[in-house]
Design a protein around this ligand. Structure first.
Ligand code: G1P
Length: 288
């Protein structure tokens, strides 16, 4: 059985939902308490045993590469002023994983981002973590998908239940429950009308793919915006291979959305060693 050692994180999107904050900085570098969104995602993958992080990036996202690289001047100044804790913190980030960067020449959809990484991914199953979806939980969400992959050896998608009024923002699965929060997917519909939705189980940026996804993506048409949406490749693959879903344990936040981002900030601040108790007190005292 092949072990999953590689994850891709596409970050080439423009972040238009978060302007003007994302005019000069990547949306993935927006900070939740004291860490950028992308660091939470990398840490989730690393905690699931992934060693190689392949970031599909673009020319406006250089801050991400710098974040996971050494910063000698900062390290020198922290060392010479005795700021040991901070020094350890910044050095730790560079050692999280092997980082590999691939430039996507234009934001042509997340299916195109997968194809851009094919030369590095090779003929192995791999994890896909969307660059602005955070899942906060006891067991890393991607690890929960890997557990299901290890049992069935085919593609796995992480899903969570959303209100019916929200289904039009997500890929929604039509699936047969197999027990233990696992499903066999029969169909997947991208952003359905709430009146016609096959379920309320929404896809939230966590996938395990087998290498068959590459050929599937090459055989499907672009969408009306000229983008290669990964979901089209999954639908195509479903004709010949089973695909599974796991309703992971954990809370999902779409950090490209202002409201979800604020919710994630509050949830993570209430767990943060340094600020949790004072912040809780602050929230308690708020008058509405
Ligand atoms: C993409 C996927 C969609 C998924 C969503 C959230 O849509 O195509 O199936 O539910 O991410 O992870 P996007 O947000 O890129 O429009």
């Amino acid at each position: 059985m092949q072990k999953i050692t590689k994850a891709i994180i596409p970050v080439a999107g423009l972040g238009t939902r978060f302007l003007p904050a994302t005019k000069a900085q990547p949306k993935e570098m927006l900070t939740l308490v004291d860490k950028p969104v992308i660091q939470y995602i990398v840490e989730e993958a690393v905690a699931a045993g992934i060693e190689n992080i392949i970031i599909i990036t673009s020319q406006t996202k250089r801050a991400i590469e710098d974040h996971f690289d050494r910063n000698f001047e900062l390290e020198y100044r922290l060392a010479s002023t005795g700021k040991k804790k901070e020094l350890e913190e910044v050095k730790k980030i560079t050692k999280l994983a092997n980082f590999i960067y691939i430039r996507q020449k234009s934001p042509r959809g997340w299916g195109d981002a997968i194809l851009a990484a094919q030369p590095v991914l090779g003929n192995e199953p791999f994890a896909y973590l969307s660059g602005d979806d955070i899942i906060d939980g006891r067991i890393p969400a991607i690890k929960q998908l890997i557990t299901v992959f290890n049992k069935y050896h085919d593609g796995v998608i992480g899903v969570t239940r959303v209100p019916k009024t929200d289904v039009q923002h997500y890929g929604i699965i039509n699936a047969v429950p197999l027990g233990d929060r696992v499903y066999e997917i029969k169909n997947i519909v991208e952003k359905p009308d709430p009146k016609k939705t096959p379920s309320q189980l929404a896809v939230t940026g966590r996938y395990i793919f087998t290498p068959e996804i590459f050929d599937a993506l090459r055989q499907v048409p672009l969408d009306s915006k000229g983008e290669l949406v990964g979901t089209a490749g999954i639908k195509h693959l479903l004709k010949t291979r089973p695909f599974y879903a796991v309703e992971y344990e954990g809370t999902y936040y779409d950090c490209g959305s202002k409201l979800h981002f604020l919710e994630a900030t509050v949830a993570l601040a209430l767990k943060h060693k340094e600020v949790a108790s004072a912040f809780k007190q602050y929230l308690k005292n708020l008058q509405f």
